[in-house]
Design a protein around this ligand. Structure first.
Ligand code: PRT
Ligand code: ZN
Length: 293
């Protein structure tokens, strides 16, 4: 479907109405300053302070709504985008809703490597990705398409193995299945329609992306403050994996300074111990709401 030339400016964004991606998507939208409420009761929500309306959908429908231009942007798992084989542009990977599409077989089964699956029955809700994976390897399988509770099918002798989403692996284990190999690593993606957009919408998308990037960087960073003896400043500066040069301020107490910096969160604990050894005290770590370069 080709939409007629778009003159509107209000961005329409598809998000999952109710499911695993909903809370984190809502948090992200609130986190980049987009205000709205009543999303639990309505299918369409207007935001108060940004020219954006949200369409609340089942996640399966989001890729096609974006492909067809019914929505300009969408937040949805890569698994859905690629299973539907939709023509959309992936703008960002958002590092939540992480999971993988994997093949699993019963723990006592001889089905381990892809080549073992020749002629076997595989139950899945992801027929396109599963078929494509085996076809690419020249292996022919029998597909059993199931819309839910896929992991029970080997016990019911409906299939020899399954291809399904896994995150912790707890569901596979509970059903006596072992994960054998991965077909796709997935996370939530921000996708954009490939239909032509008005100038106004394109500008709004740039603004939206800048806010998302600021929010993502902020989430991965922490503001760190500490006091330190003046003569340890050089050692401490060398220890800080800072994104910018640290700020150093004199304290009322002579020979002491306050050091402020922004560091990647995943390095905080390692660095903190080294800072203490270097003489830093009163170390405080604070979350950052947003960071614009
Ligand atoms: O109603 P709607 O169609 O919108 O939602 P849905 O029920 O189809 O999807 P939902 O909300 O369950 O998942 C939405 C998206 O979350 C998926 O499309 C993935 O992108 C992502 N995601 C992340 C997952 C999982 N992790 C996940 N673990 N989707 C499903 N699972 C399943 C998994 O298959 C298993 O059955 O959750 C169960 C628990 O997994 P383990 O490995 O932690 O035991
Ligand atoms: Zn779904």
């Amino acid at each position: 479907m080709n939409r007629s030339l778009d003159h509107t400016t209000s961005l329409r964004i598809a998000i999952q109405k109710s499911g695993r991606l909903t809370d984190k998507t809502i948090d992200l939208l609130h986190g980049i300053g987009i205000e709205f409420d009543n999303y639990k009761r309505n299918l369409m929500v207007k935001t108060r302070n940004f020219d954006v309306e949200l369409l609340l959908l089942r996640d399966d429908d989001i890729p096609e709504y974006v492909q067809d231009g019914v929505c300009d942007l969408g937040f949805v798992g890569a698994n859905e985008v690629f299973e539907k084989n939709t023509q959309v542009t992936v703008l960002r990977g958002l590092n939540y809703g992480n999971c993988r599409l994997a093949v699993a077989s019963p723990k006592d089964s001889a089905l381990v490597n892809p080549s073992d699956f020749e002629g076997k029955k595989i139950a899945t809700s992801y027929p396109y990705l599963t078929k494509r994976f085996f076809e690419n390897q020249g292996i022919s399988i029998e597909m059993v398409e199931i819309s839910g509770a896929v992991e029970i099918t080997p016990q019911l002798h409906v299939a020899d193995a399954i291809s399904d989403l896994v995150s912790t692996g707890g569901t596979l284990k509970a059903n006596g299945l072992i994960e054998r190999f991965t077909l796709l690593e997935s996370e939530t993606k921000l996708i954009q329609t490939q239909q032509a957009l008005s100038e106004g919408k394109q500008q709004l998308i740039q603004k939206f992306l800048q806010r998302i990037d600021g929010y993502q960087t902020a989430k991965k960073s922490r503001y760190i403050l500490m006091n330190a003896p003046l003569d340890s400043v050089e050692t401490i500066k060398a220890l800080l994996p800072s994104m910018k040069s640290p700020t150093i301020m004199p304290l009322a107490e002579t020979e002491m300074v306050a050091i402020h910096s922004v560091i990647p969160f995943d390095q905080f604990w390692d660095v903190m111990e080294q800072l203490q050894d270097a003489g830093a005290s009163d170390i405080v770590m604070l979350p950052i709401e947003s960071m614009i370069a």
